[in-house]
Design a protein around this ligand. Sequence first.
Ligand SMILES: O=C(CO)[C@H](O)[C@H](O)COP(=O)(O)O
Length: 217
Amino acid sequence: MIAPSLLSADFARLADEVARVADADWLHVDVMDAHFVPNLTLGRPVVEAIQAVSPIPLDCHLMIEAPERWAPGYAEVGAGNVTVHAEACTGDPRDVASDIRAAGALAGLALKPGTPLERYEDVLRDFDTLLVMTVEPGFGGQAFMAEVLPKVRRARELVDTGHLRLLVEVDGGINADTIEQAAEAGADVFVAGSAVYGADDPARAIAALRAQATGAA
Ligand SMILES: O=C(CO)[C@H](O)[C@H](O)COP(=O)(O)O
C-alpha cells in the first residue's frame, strides 16, 4: 500500500493536492504540535476538512504530546487509521489504542528510529498498525535510515509467526531508490512525501512505487 504524505503538498491548495493522489491506498496526514517535534502543521479541524474531500482513507500520524487526550478526536472525524508515538504516551499505549478503536479507527503505534521494538512487542498485540520511522520525525525530504530496517524485519517476523496481527508501515525517505529495501524487509505500507508530491505526475509515481514494492516483496 502506498500512502502519500500530505506534508510535501502545497498547503494553500489542499483539496487539489488530495485529488492528485486519489490512486493511492491511504493519504498520510502528519499532525505536528511544535513540542513533540520541532515543527507545526495542522490539527483536527483541518483533518476533518480533508476527510470531507478525500476519496481514500486518512492515515493520521500524530507527532504530538499527550496523544491520549487528542487521538480519539481524529477517529471521530473519520480518519481510517490514527497513529500515536510510543515515546509520547505517558500511560499505557494500549489504553490509547482502545480509545481510538472505540471511536471507529484502526490504531497505530509509531516508533522513532532509536526506539527499540522489543520494548513494545507485547503492547503491539493491541494495535492494528506499526509505523517504523525511517527518519527522525518532524520534516519531509530527509535521507532514509537503512539502519532501521532490522526493526522492520523483526516486525515482519512477529506478524508471520502469528505473534502480532498488524500492518507494518515505513515512513521517511521512501522513494525509488529505497522502497525495495523496505519491501524486502517486510513493510506493507509505504509513506512517501517528496517522492510523490515532488513528481511531475504523482499518479505515475504512486504506480511506479507500488510496482517496485510488489516486485521486491
Ligand atoms: O512523518 C514524516 C516526517 O516526520 C513524513 O511523513 C515523512 O518524512 C515523509 O516525507 P518524505 O517521504 O519526503 O521523507
